[in-house]
Design a protein around this ligand. Sequence first.
Ligand code: AMP
Length: 285
Amino acid sequence: MFIATTIEEVRKIVSDWQNEGYKVGLVPTMGFLHEGHESLIQKAVRDNEKVIVSIFVNPMQFGPKEDFSSYPRDLEHDTNICKKAGVHLVFAPDSREMYASDFCTFVDMNGLTDELCGKSREGHFRGVCTVVTKLFNITKSNRAYFGEKDAQQLAVIKRMVRDLNMDIEIIGCPTVREKDGLAKSSRNSYLSVQERKAAVILHESLKLAKSMLDSGERNAAKLRDAISNKITSQPLASIVYVSIVDSITLKSVDKIEAPILIAVSVYIGKTKLIDNFTYEKINKL
Ligand code: AMP
């Protein structure tokens, strides 16, 4: 397995692969890899002859008050996981390699980023779209793998690829969870033992919404209230948002009529966590 820190090294390796006609899969990450990332990597290894994992904590997608400097990092652990999983190239650049001091070109989006994390994290998706575009250009991958855990990010990337005619296939992968249902996340490492127990409230509140949907509830306000009440019953939790949106447009809905995305963002102590599920079975309501 190669470990590259420069764009030039990646370009050379990828150009050799292209000469051989290999299909290349990319898994973009911010590192501190866990089983969620591994499931994306395993799918990429199954689908492609060559797999690249990028490990880059992208400063552009963090707000000034967010956790860029404290974000967990462990390159040795990450490269071991990649090696065991059959990855061919880890690309782990530093910020100077990705952003020249006079960098001034951005990829941004309207509409899809009005709600959810787009609303509560100003500039976040501009940072995501810009870095992902750069990673696509650098690696010239045929396919890229993203987790449904970050549902808005997956929708945004798919739309960016469609709108800008990027020649890459985007593959969404299901959320990997802990035994009690908490979605795996690098940020779970911030949680104390007590907070870790409390964090299950995100999944429990979504399970409650799912059972209400299964019993025929169609009123989005009632669902939102039920989710919010469940979350606030946990003293360590405070809500950033509870959103029910159309799963394609990501616009807020009042009535459940088409497939919807229900997404929550919640502080557990000082740690902001997200979770979501998509409800497609509208005709069964
Ligand atoms: P991150 O390192 O948090 O930026 O995540 C890199 C990729 O892994 C993103 O596409 C995430 O959606 C995906 N991912 C993170 N956690 C999970 C999880 N628990 N299950 C599936 N995919 C995940």
